[in-house]
Design a binder for this molecule. Structure first.
Ligand SMILES: Cc1cc2nc3c(=O)[nH]c(=O)nc-3n(C[C@H](O)[C@H](O)[C@H](O)COP(=O)(O)OP(=O)(O)OC[C@H]3O[C@@H](n4cnc5c(N)ncnc54)[C@H](O)[C@@H]3O)c2cc1C
Length: 398
Protein backbone atom coordinates (compact mmCIF):
# COMPACT_ATOMS: atom_id res chain seq x y z
CA UNK A 1 0.00 0.00 0.00
CA UNK A 2 1.27 3.47 -0.92
CA UNK A 3 1.59 6.05 1.89
CA UNK A 4 1.14 9.82 1.32
CA UNK A 5 1.10 12.73 3.78
CA UNK A 6 -1.78 14.80 2.42
CA UNK A 7 -4.27 13.43 -0.10
CA UNK A 8 -6.87 15.70 -1.69
CA UNK A 9 -9.75 13.95 -3.44
CA UNK A 10 -11.09 15.91 -6.43
CA UNK A 11 -9.29 18.25 -8.80
CA UNK A 12 -12.06 20.85 -9.20
CA UNK A 13 -11.85 24.43 -7.95
CA UNK A 14 -11.70 23.43 -4.27
CA UNK A 15 -9.16 20.61 -4.66
CA UNK A 16 -6.75 22.51 -6.91
CA UNK A 17 -7.00 25.68 -4.80
CA UNK A 18 -6.38 23.74 -1.58
CA UNK A 19 -3.35 21.99 -3.04
CA UNK A 20 -2.01 25.31 -4.34
CA UNK A 21 -2.59 27.07 -1.01
CA UNK A 22 -0.67 24.29 0.78
CA UNK A 23 2.10 24.46 -1.84
CA UNK A 24 2.42 28.23 -1.27
CA UNK A 25 2.95 27.41 2.43
CA UNK A 26 5.64 24.85 1.57
CA UNK A 27 3.43 21.80 2.21
CA UNK A 28 3.18 18.98 -0.33
CA UNK A 29 -0.03 17.23 -1.30
CA UNK A 30 -1.34 14.86 -3.95
CA UNK A 31 -4.64 15.49 -5.78
CA UNK A 32 -6.61 12.43 -6.95
CA UNK A 33 -8.93 13.34 -9.83
CA UNK A 34 -11.19 10.79 -11.50
CA UNK A 35 -11.29 12.59 -14.88
CA UNK A 36 -8.50 12.36 -17.42
CA UNK A 37 -7.84 16.13 -17.38
CA UNK A 38 -8.93 19.19 -15.41
CA UNK A 39 -12.66 19.67 -15.86
CA UNK A 40 -14.27 22.92 -16.91
CA UNK A 41 -17.94 21.96 -16.92
CA UNK A 42 -20.19 24.91 -16.24
CA UNK A 43 -18.63 27.18 -18.90
CA UNK A 44 -18.16 30.36 -16.84
CA UNK A 45 -18.14 31.40 -13.22
CA UNK A 46 -19.09 34.76 -11.73
CA UNK A 47 -16.43 35.77 -9.22
CA UNK A 48 -17.03 38.53 -6.71
CA UNK A 49 -14.69 40.56 -4.51
CA UNK A 50 -14.32 37.89 -1.82
CA UNK A 51 -13.34 35.35 -4.49
CA UNK A 52 -10.76 37.73 -5.97
CA UNK A 53 -9.25 38.26 -2.53
CA UNK A 54 -8.75 34.50 -2.23
CA UNK A 55 -7.32 34.33 -5.77
CA UNK A 56 -4.89 37.15 -4.85
CA UNK A 57 -3.65 35.01 -1.94
CA UNK A 58 -3.25 32.01 -4.23
CA UNK A 59 -1.17 34.14 -6.60
CA UNK A 60 -3.23 33.48 -9.76
CA UNK A 61 -5.46 36.55 -9.89
CA UNK A 62 -3.32 38.69 -12.23
CA UNK A 63 -3.35 36.01 -14.91
CA UNK A 64 -7.13 35.67 -14.64
CA UNK A 65 -7.77 39.42 -14.73
CA UNK A 66 -6.19 39.50 -18.20
CA UNK A 67 -8.98 37.34 -19.66
CA UNK A 68 -12.03 38.62 -17.77
CA UNK A 69 -13.70 42.03 -17.91
CA UNK A 70 -15.05 43.99 -14.96
CA UNK A 71 -18.82 43.98 -14.47
CA UNK A 72 -20.21 47.26 -13.17
CA UNK A 73 -23.92 46.57 -13.00
CA UNK A 74 -26.36 43.79 -12.11
CA UNK A 75 -29.89 44.13 -13.41
CA UNK A 76 -32.74 41.85 -12.26
CA UNK A 77 -36.16 41.92 -13.94
CA UNK A 78 -39.42 40.21 -13.07
CA UNK A 79 -41.66 39.69 -16.08
CA UNK A 80 -45.32 38.75 -15.77
CA UNK A 81 -47.70 38.18 -18.70
CA UNK A 82 -44.98 39.39 -21.04
CA UNK A 83 -44.72 42.76 -19.27
CA UNK A 84 -41.94 44.10 -17.07
CA UNK A 85 -43.30 44.08 -13.50
CA UNK A 86 -40.28 45.03 -11.47
CA UNK A 87 -36.62 45.86 -12.12
CA UNK A 88 -33.74 46.25 -9.69
CA UNK A 89 -30.42 47.73 -10.72
CA UNK A 90 -27.36 47.34 -8.59
CA UNK A 91 -24.21 49.35 -9.26
CA UNK A 92 -21.25 47.16 -8.37
CA UNK A 93 -18.44 49.21 -6.88
CA UNK A 94 -16.15 46.32 -5.98
CA UNK A 95 -14.51 43.73 -8.22
CA UNK A 96 -16.90 41.41 -10.07
CA UNK A 97 -15.92 39.46 -13.19
CA UNK A 98 -16.97 36.40 -15.11
CA UNK A 99 -14.11 33.94 -15.63
CA UNK A 100 -14.05 30.99 -18.04
CA UNK A 101 -13.94 27.90 -15.82
CA UNK A 102 -11.24 26.50 -18.00
CA UNK A 103 -9.04 29.55 -17.38
CA UNK A 104 -9.58 29.22 -13.62
CA UNK A 105 -8.81 25.50 -13.27
CA UNK A 106 -5.86 25.77 -15.65
CA UNK A 107 -4.39 28.73 -13.74
CA UNK A 108 -4.63 26.75 -10.49
CA UNK A 109 -3.31 23.52 -12.03
CA UNK A 110 -0.41 25.23 -13.86
CA UNK A 111 0.84 26.76 -10.60
CA UNK A 112 1.18 23.32 -8.96
CA UNK A 113 4.44 21.34 -9.06
CA UNK A 114 4.56 18.58 -11.70
CA UNK A 115 3.13 15.29 -10.55
CA UNK A 116 0.81 16.81 -7.93
CA UNK A 117 -2.39 15.88 -9.81
CA UNK A 118 -3.02 12.21 -10.55
CA UNK A 119 -5.70 11.90 -13.23
CA UNK A 120 -7.86 8.81 -13.83
CA UNK A 121 -7.83 8.22 -10.08
CA UNK A 122 -11.34 7.66 -8.84
CA UNK A 123 -11.78 6.84 -5.18
CA UNK A 124 -14.63 4.48 -4.41
CA UNK A 125 -14.47 4.13 -0.64
CA UNK A 126 -12.53 5.03 2.48
CA UNK A 127 -11.60 2.74 5.35
CA UNK A 128 -10.03 3.42 8.70
CA UNK A 129 -6.65 1.86 9.49
CA UNK A 130 -7.19 -0.25 12.59
CA UNK A 131 -3.84 0.52 14.22
CA UNK A 132 -3.25 4.17 13.34
CA UNK A 133 -6.85 5.32 12.62
CA UNK A 134 -5.53 7.02 9.46
CA UNK A 135 -7.82 6.91 6.42
CA UNK A 136 -7.15 4.36 3.68
CA UNK A 137 -8.39 5.50 0.30
CA UNK A 138 -9.55 2.73 -2.09
CA UNK A 139 -9.37 3.50 -5.80
CA UNK A 140 -11.46 2.03 -8.60
CA UNK A 141 -8.36 0.32 -10.06
CA UNK A 142 -7.95 -1.69 -6.86
CA UNK A 143 -5.02 0.36 -5.48
CA UNK A 144 -5.07 1.68 -1.92
CA UNK A 145 -3.37 4.72 -0.39
CA UNK A 146 -2.88 5.39 3.29
CA UNK A 147 -3.03 9.15 4.00
CA UNK A 148 -2.08 11.03 7.13
CA UNK A 149 -4.49 13.83 6.15
CA UNK A 150 -7.42 13.41 3.75
CA UNK A 151 -9.26 16.41 2.32
CA UNK A 152 -12.45 15.70 0.39
CA UNK A 153 -12.97 18.18 -2.44
CA UNK A 154 -15.02 15.73 -4.44
CA UNK A 155 -18.06 17.91 -5.04
CA UNK A 156 -21.75 17.42 -4.37
CA UNK A 157 -21.61 13.58 -4.53
CA UNK A 158 -18.71 13.38 -2.14
CA UNK A 159 -17.46 9.97 -0.98
CA UNK A 160 -15.46 11.75 1.72
CA UNK A 161 -18.51 13.51 3.16
CA UNK A 162 -20.18 10.07 3.44
CA UNK A 163 -17.14 8.90 5.44
CA UNK A 164 -17.70 11.92 7.75
CA UNK A 165 -21.30 10.65 8.10
CA UNK A 166 -22.75 13.96 6.91
CA UNK A 167 -26.40 13.76 5.88
CA UNK A 168 -27.41 13.54 2.23
CA UNK A 169 -27.79 16.77 0.27
CA UNK A 170 -31.24 18.11 -0.42
CA UNK A 171 -32.55 18.91 -3.89
CA UNK A 172 -34.18 22.08 -5.17
CA UNK A 173 -36.93 21.25 -7.68
CA UNK A 174 -34.80 23.10 -10.25
CA UNK A 175 -32.53 22.22 -13.12
CA UNK A 176 -29.97 24.59 -14.57
CA UNK A 177 -28.19 24.71 -17.90
CA UNK A 178 -25.06 26.76 -18.39
CA UNK A 179 -23.22 27.53 -21.61
CA UNK A 180 -21.40 29.94 -23.89
CA UNK A 181 -22.55 31.66 -27.06
CA UNK A 182 -20.16 33.21 -29.53
CA UNK A 183 -21.26 36.14 -31.68
CA UNK A 184 -18.63 36.53 -34.42
CA UNK A 185 -19.87 40.06 -35.22
CA UNK A 186 -20.26 41.12 -31.58
CA UNK A 187 -23.23 40.62 -29.27
CA UNK A 188 -23.95 44.30 -28.59
CA UNK A 189 -25.22 43.59 -25.03
CA UNK A 190 -24.27 46.05 -22.26
CA UNK A 191 -21.46 44.81 -20.03
CA UNK A 192 -23.64 43.86 -17.09
CA UNK A 193 -25.17 40.85 -15.42
CA UNK A 194 -28.77 40.60 -16.58
CA UNK A 195 -31.14 38.24 -14.76
CA UNK A 196 -34.76 37.79 -15.74
CA UNK A 197 -37.46 35.75 -14.08
CA UNK A 198 -40.56 34.89 -16.05
CA UNK A 199 -42.97 32.13 -15.04
CA UNK A 200 -40.91 29.11 -14.01
CA UNK A 201 -37.79 30.22 -15.79
CA UNK A 202 -34.87 32.28 -14.53
CA UNK A 203 -32.35 33.30 -17.18
CA UNK A 204 -29.12 35.21 -16.88
CA UNK A 205 -26.35 36.36 -19.17
CA UNK A 206 -22.96 37.84 -18.60
CA UNK A 207 -20.72 39.03 -21.44
CA UNK A 208 -17.11 37.82 -21.21
CA UNK A 209 -15.92 40.15 -23.95
CA UNK A 210 -17.34 41.83 -27.07
CA UNK A 211 -18.06 38.47 -28.75
CA UNK A 212 -18.67 35.85 -26.10
CA UNK A 213 -21.50 35.55 -23.57
CA UNK A 214 -21.79 33.19 -20.60
CA UNK A 215 -25.42 32.37 -19.79
CA UNK A 216 -27.58 30.17 -17.60
CA UNK A 217 -31.21 29.07 -17.68
CA UNK A 218 -32.81 27.69 -14.51
CA UNK A 219 -36.17 25.94 -14.71
CA UNK A 220 -37.81 26.17 -11.30
CA UNK A 221 -40.12 23.13 -11.61
CA UNK A 222 -38.59 20.82 -14.18
CA UNK A 223 -36.92 17.98 -12.33
CA UNK A 224 -37.55 15.50 -15.18
CA UNK A 225 -35.00 16.15 -17.87
CA UNK A 226 -31.68 14.45 -17.44
CA UNK A 227 -30.05 15.61 -20.67
CA UNK A 228 -28.60 12.39 -22.04
CA UNK A 229 -26.31 14.17 -24.45
CA UNK A 230 -25.32 17.67 -25.55
CA UNK A 231 -27.95 17.82 -28.28
CA UNK A 232 -30.80 16.91 -25.90
CA UNK A 233 -29.58 19.50 -23.34
CA UNK A 234 -29.72 22.13 -26.11
CA UNK A 235 -33.25 21.02 -27.07
CA UNK A 236 -34.52 21.12 -23.46
CA UNK A 237 -33.04 24.59 -23.00
CA UNK A 238 -34.68 25.84 -26.18
CA UNK A 239 -38.02 24.61 -24.84
CA UNK A 240 -37.44 26.43 -21.54
CA UNK A 241 -36.76 29.78 -23.26
CA UNK A 242 -39.64 29.39 -25.72
CA UNK A 243 -41.66 32.21 -24.11
CA UNK A 244 -38.75 34.65 -24.01
CA UNK A 245 -37.80 37.34 -26.50
CA UNK A 246 -35.92 36.56 -29.74
CA UNK A 247 -32.46 37.54 -28.41
CA UNK A 248 -32.65 34.87 -25.66
CA UNK A 249 -33.89 32.22 -28.08
CA UNK A 250 -31.17 33.16 -30.57
CA UNK A 251 -28.54 32.94 -27.80
CA UNK A 252 -29.52 29.32 -27.07
CA UNK A 253 -30.02 28.37 -30.74
CA UNK A 254 -26.50 29.38 -31.81
CA UNK A 255 -24.72 28.39 -28.57
CA UNK A 256 -21.59 26.28 -28.35
CA UNK A 257 -23.36 22.94 -27.76
CA UNK A 258 -20.18 21.36 -26.35
CA UNK A 259 -20.07 23.97 -23.56
CA UNK A 260 -23.52 23.02 -22.18
CA UNK A 261 -23.92 21.44 -18.74
CA UNK A 262 -27.20 20.45 -17.12
CA UNK A 263 -27.23 20.33 -13.31
CA UNK A 264 -29.89 19.29 -10.84
CA UNK A 265 -29.50 21.94 -8.14
CA UNK A 266 -28.75 20.64 -4.66
CA UNK A 267 -27.83 22.13 -1.33
CA UNK A 268 -26.62 21.19 2.12
CA UNK A 269 -29.09 22.70 4.54
CA UNK A 270 -27.92 25.68 6.64
CA UNK A 271 -28.97 23.62 9.64
CA UNK A 272 -26.53 20.86 8.79
CA UNK A 273 -23.74 23.33 8.10
CA UNK A 274 -24.39 24.79 11.54
CA UNK A 275 -24.27 21.44 13.35
CA UNK A 276 -22.51 19.04 10.96
CA UNK A 277 -19.30 17.26 12.04
CA UNK A 278 -16.78 18.24 9.41
CA UNK A 279 -13.85 16.32 10.88
CA UNK A 280 -13.37 12.64 11.56
CA UNK A 281 -9.84 11.94 12.75
CA UNK A 282 -7.61 13.69 10.21
CA UNK A 283 -10.24 13.76 7.47
CA UNK A 284 -12.16 16.87 6.43
CA UNK A 285 -13.95 18.39 3.42
CA UNK A 286 -13.94 21.66 1.44
CA UNK A 287 -15.91 23.21 -1.43
CA UNK A 288 -19.18 21.66 -2.58
CA UNK A 289 -18.41 18.47 -0.64
CA UNK A 290 -18.82 20.60 2.49
CA UNK A 291 -21.42 23.19 1.51
CA UNK A 292 -23.00 22.69 -1.90
CA UNK A 293 -25.50 25.54 -2.38
CA UNK A 294 -27.74 26.80 -5.17
CA UNK A 295 -26.29 29.29 -7.67
CA UNK A 296 -28.57 32.14 -6.57
CA UNK A 297 -25.80 34.28 -5.03
CA UNK A 298 -23.02 33.00 -7.32
CA UNK A 299 -20.85 32.19 -4.31
CA UNK A 300 -20.23 28.39 -4.32
CA UNK A 301 -16.92 28.61 -6.18
CA UNK A 302 -15.66 31.66 -4.31
CA UNK A 303 -16.53 30.00 -0.99
CA UNK A 304 -14.44 27.01 -2.12
CA UNK A 305 -11.48 29.35 -2.76
CA UNK A 306 -11.91 30.85 0.71
CA UNK A 307 -11.98 27.32 2.22
CA UNK A 308 -8.65 26.57 0.52
CA UNK A 309 -6.93 29.66 1.94
CA UNK A 310 -8.25 29.12 5.48
CA UNK A 311 -7.52 25.37 5.57
CA UNK A 312 -3.94 25.81 4.34
CA UNK A 313 -3.36 28.65 6.81
CA UNK A 314 -4.64 26.57 9.74
CA UNK A 315 -2.59 23.49 8.76
CA UNK A 316 0.57 25.54 8.16
CA UNK A 317 0.19 27.34 11.50
CA UNK A 318 0.17 24.03 13.38
CA UNK A 319 2.56 22.06 11.20
CA UNK A 320 5.01 24.52 9.68
CA UNK A 321 6.65 23.72 6.30
CA UNK A 322 9.17 21.04 5.30
CA UNK A 323 7.77 17.88 6.80
CA UNK A 324 8.53 15.78 3.77
CA UNK A 325 6.00 13.71 1.90
CA UNK A 326 4.83 11.69 4.88
CA UNK A 327 4.53 14.44 7.55
CA UNK A 328 6.57 12.14 9.82
CA UNK A 329 7.31 14.68 12.56
CA UNK A 330 3.79 16.05 12.63
CA UNK A 331 1.56 14.91 15.49
CA UNK A 332 -1.97 13.72 14.83
CA UNK A 333 -3.17 15.99 17.62
CA UNK A 334 -1.78 19.10 15.92
CA UNK A 335 -3.39 18.10 12.60
CA UNK A 336 -6.73 17.55 14.30
CA UNK A 337 -6.46 20.90 16.07
CA UNK A 338 -5.67 22.60 12.74
CA UNK A 339 -8.74 21.04 11.09
CA UNK A 340 -10.93 22.08 14.03
CA UNK A 341 -9.67 25.66 13.69
CA UNK A 342 -10.49 25.56 9.98
CA UNK A 343 -14.01 24.24 10.58
CA UNK A 344 -14.65 26.79 13.35
CA UNK A 345 -13.43 29.66 11.20
CA UNK A 346 -15.54 28.62 8.21
CA UNK A 347 -18.74 27.53 9.90
CA UNK A 348 -20.60 30.82 10.49
CA UNK A 349 -19.48 32.29 7.15
CA UNK A 350 -20.94 29.22 5.42
CA UNK A 351 -24.13 29.21 7.50
CA UNK A 352 -24.69 32.83 6.37
CA UNK A 353 -24.00 32.13 2.69
CA UNK A 354 -26.08 28.96 2.55
CA UNK A 355 -29.03 30.57 4.39
CA UNK A 356 -29.03 33.60 2.12
CA UNK A 357 -28.70 31.41 -0.97
CA UNK A 358 -31.53 29.16 0.18
CA UNK A 359 -33.93 32.04 0.94
CA UNK A 360 -33.05 33.83 -2.31
CA UNK A 361 -33.68 30.59 -4.24
CA UNK A 362 -37.01 30.03 -2.55
CA UNK A 363 -38.12 33.63 -3.17
CA UNK A 364 -37.39 33.14 -6.88
CA UNK A 365 -39.07 29.74 -7.01
CA UNK A 366 -42.43 30.70 -5.56
CA UNK A 367 -45.27 31.91 -7.79
CA UNK A 368 -47.05 33.57 -4.87
CA UNK A 369 -46.38 37.29 -4.36
CA UNK A 370 -47.22 36.95 -0.63
CA UNK A 371 -44.72 34.15 -0.06
CA UNK A 372 -42.10 35.97 -2.11
CA UNK A 373 -42.61 39.05 0.05
CA UNK A 374 -42.21 36.93 3.18
CA UNK A 375 -38.86 35.59 1.95
CA UNK A 376 -37.72 39.11 1.02
CA UNK A 377 -38.63 40.44 4.48
CA UNK A 378 -36.78 37.52 6.06
CA UNK A 379 -33.73 38.23 3.90
CA UNK A 380 -33.73 41.90 4.92
CA UNK A 381 -34.19 41.00 8.61
CA UNK A 382 -31.33 38.51 8.55
CA UNK A 383 -28.89 40.14 6.14
CA UNK A 384 -29.83 43.82 6.17
CA UNK A 385 -30.59 46.14 3.28
CA UNK A 386 -27.20 45.54 1.66
CA UNK A 387 -27.90 42.13 0.12
CA UNK A 388 -24.40 41.87 -1.37
CA UNK A 389 -22.57 42.35 1.89
CA UNK A 390 -21.42 38.73 1.53
CA UNK A 391 -19.06 39.85 -1.26
CA UNK A 392 -17.11 42.08 1.15
CA UNK A 393 -15.88 39.13 3.22
CA UNK A 394 -12.11 38.82 3.47
CA UNK A 395 -10.73 35.33 4.15
CA UNK A 396 -7.43 36.90 5.20
CA UNK A 397 -3.82 36.24 4.31
CA UNK A 398 -2.57 32.81 3.45
C1 LIG B 1 -25.90 26.51 -12.37
C2 LIG B 1 -24.73 26.84 -11.46
C3 LIG B 1 -24.16 28.11 -11.53
C4 LIG B 1 -23.11 28.44 -10.67
N1 LIG B 1 -22.58 29.70 -10.75
C5 LIG B 1 -21.60 30.04 -9.89
C6 LIG B 1 -21.02 31.35 -9.96
O1 LIG B 1 -21.38 32.17 -10.80
N2 LIG B 1 -20.05 31.66 -9.06
C7 LIG B 1 -19.60 30.76 -8.13
O2 LIG B 1 -18.71 31.09 -7.34
N3 LIG B 1 -20.12 29.51 -8.06
C8 LIG B 1 -21.10 29.13 -8.91
N4 LIG B 1 -21.61 27.87 -8.86
C9 LIG B 1 -21.08 26.93 -7.85
C10 LIG B 1 -19.75 26.34 -8.29
O3 LIG B 1 -19.87 25.79 -9.58
C11 LIG B 1 -19.34 25.24 -7.31
O4 LIG B 1 -19.48 25.68 -6.00
C12 LIG B 1 -17.86 24.85 -7.53
O5 LIG B 1 -17.69 24.32 -8.83
C13 LIG B 1 -17.46 23.82 -6.50
O6 LIG B 1 -16.16 23.35 -6.77
P1 LIG B 1 -15.67 22.00 -6.11
O7 LIG B 1 -14.24 21.86 -6.52
O8 LIG B 1 -16.01 21.97 -4.67
O9 LIG B 1 -16.56 20.85 -6.77
P2 LIG B 1 -16.58 20.35 -8.29
O10 LIG B 1 -16.43 21.48 -9.22
O11 LIG B 1 -17.80 19.50 -8.41
O12 LIG B 1 -15.28 19.44 -8.42
C14 LIG B 1 -15.22 18.18 -7.83
C15 LIG B 1 -14.10 17.40 -8.52
O13 LIG B 1 -13.95 16.15 -7.85
C16 LIG B 1 -13.86 15.12 -8.81
N5 LIG B 1 -14.39 13.92 -8.15
C17 LIG B 1 -15.66 13.71 -7.71
N6 LIG B 1 -15.77 12.50 -7.13
C18 LIG B 1 -14.53 11.93 -7.20
C19 LIG B 1 -14.02 10.68 -6.76
N7 LIG B 1 -14.79 9.78 -6.15
N8 LIG B 1 -12.71 10.42 -6.98
C20 LIG B 1 -11.91 11.34 -7.60
N9 LIG B 1 -12.35 12.54 -8.05
C21 LIG B 1 -13.65 12.84 -7.84
C22 LIG B 1 -14.72 15.59 -9.97
O14 LIG B 1 -14.35 14.95 -11.18
C23 LIG B 1 -14.42 17.08 -9.98
O15 LIG B 1 -13.30 17.40 -10.77
C24 LIG B 1 -22.64 27.49 -9.71
C25 LIG B 1 -23.20 26.22 -9.67
C26 LIG B 1 -24.24 25.88 -10.53
C27 LIG B 1 -24.82 24.50 -10.45
Amino acid sequence: MEEIGIVIVGGGIAGLATSLALHRKGIKSVVLERAEKVRSEGAGIGTLTNGWRALDQLGVSDRLRLTSNLIHKARTMLIEDGKKKRAFVLNIKDEARCIRRNDLVEALADALPDGTIRFNSQIVSIEEDETTSFPIVCLSNGNTIKAKVLIGCDGANSVVSDYLRLGPKKAFACRAVRGFTNYPNGHGFPHELLRMKTGNVLVGRLPLNANQVFWFVVHMQDSQHNGKDQKSIANVTLKWVDELSEDWKEMVKICDVESLTLTHLRYRSPWEIMFGKFRRGTVTVAGDAMHVMGPFLGQGGSAALEDAVVLARCLARKMGPDHGDLLKDCSVKSIEEAIDEYVNERRMRLVGLSTQTYLTGRSLQTQSMVIRLMFIVLLVLLFGRDQIRHTKYDCGRL
